[in-house]
Design a binder for this molecule. Structure first.
Ligand code: ADP
Ligand code: MG
Length: 274
């Protein structure tokens, strides 16, 4: 695989969609693995108490392990939480443990509760850069809700990546997501922008899938990637081996489509507001 161009500064993505089961976690880990495979240093931050992203990159996320929970609630440092993935050189993960399920409520009375992830991440990224090991990408996997965990992700990121499942209700709920993002942009993070939309679970045999894809492209011509992720059993099998499809079955259509999407992201560079 050829190397992709590296960004001048760390690009921090939040992968969000308040619908469950649309491919957020799958997209997070496979794009991260694809970019790591092609020479980037990449951090996956698992903000979903279910810990599926941690599982998929083979990170230890048993209850006793230091996790994103300790970052948000206990002022732990990311240095002490981040694990190196065995899958690719350059792939790292801040895991979620079951404790994160309580964080949504435990955050409520804390000072600067919306800013806790950003403050911790900014410190960590600055230190890694100072030490000569800068990160190129960060991908934050969100739970399927707009609570304080997801708000922390939006505040920590510059870019939002929205995976959209190619099915009938795909666009429903999207306008709510977009208006939530603009509220965050207005009040908490002026540099936040939806930079990337990725069509997932595409079944080329159905007319519906191509109609949904056309619809999304009509609404978001710049943001929507040309690469489309097909529905593929190999993609859904990979996590049960503690792997992404990028290493589980590198030549499968699912793996190649995520590599293609990663290449587009790398080449498109950063979209900023205005
Ligand atoms: P979310 O994080 O949005 O809830 P997931 O990434 O966990 O969604 O995906 C939901 C389910 O669909 C998982 O079982 C996953 O393995 C499966 N899945 C995701 N993408 C694909 C795909 N392209 N083809 C087949 N199965 C997929
Ligand atoms: Mg998920």
């Amino acid at each position: 695989v050829a190397e992709f161009p590296l960004p001048a500064e760390t690009r921090v993505f939040t992968v969000a969609n308040q619908k469950g089961g649309v491919g957020k976690t799958t997209t997070t880990v496979n794009l991260a693995a694809a970019l790591a495979k092609t020479g980037a240093k990449v951090l996956v931050i698992d903000l979903d108490p279910q810990g599926n992203a941690s599982t998929a990159v083979g990170a230890d996320h048993r209850a006793e392990v230091l996790s994103v929970y300790d970052i948000l609630i206990r002022d732990a440092a990311l240095e002490d939480v981040v694990q190196k993935s065995a899958e690719f050189e350059g792939l790292y993960c801040a895991p979620a443990t079951i404790h994160l399920a309580g964080a949504e409520i435990e955050l409520v009375p804390l000072v600067a509760r919306e800013l806790r992830l950003r403050e911790s991440l900014d410190r960590y990224l600055a230190r890694e850069a100072e030490n000569g090991h800068p990160y190129n990408y960060v991908f934050i996997d969100c739970p399927p809700s707009l609570g304080l965990l997801t708000i922390n992700a939006f505040v920590a990121a510059r870019e939002v990546l929205i995976p959209i499942q190619c099915e009938y209700y795909a666009l429903e709920g999207l306008s709510q997501l977009l208006s939530n993002i603009s509220l965050i942009e207005r009040h908490l993070n002026p540099s936040l922008a939806v930079s990337t939309i990725l069509l997932t679970m595409y079944d080329g045999r159905t007319r519906l899938a191509s109609q949904v894809a056309d619809d999304v492209r009509a609404h978001f011509p710049v943001e929507t990637l040309t690469a489309v992720i097909p529905r593929s059993v190999r993609i859904s099998e990979a996590p049960s081996y503690g792997q992404t499809v990028i290493s589980y079955d590198p030549q499968s259509p699912g793996s190649l489509s995520y590599l293609e999407a990663a290449s587009e992201i790398a080449r498109k560079g950063v979209h900023t507001n205005g």
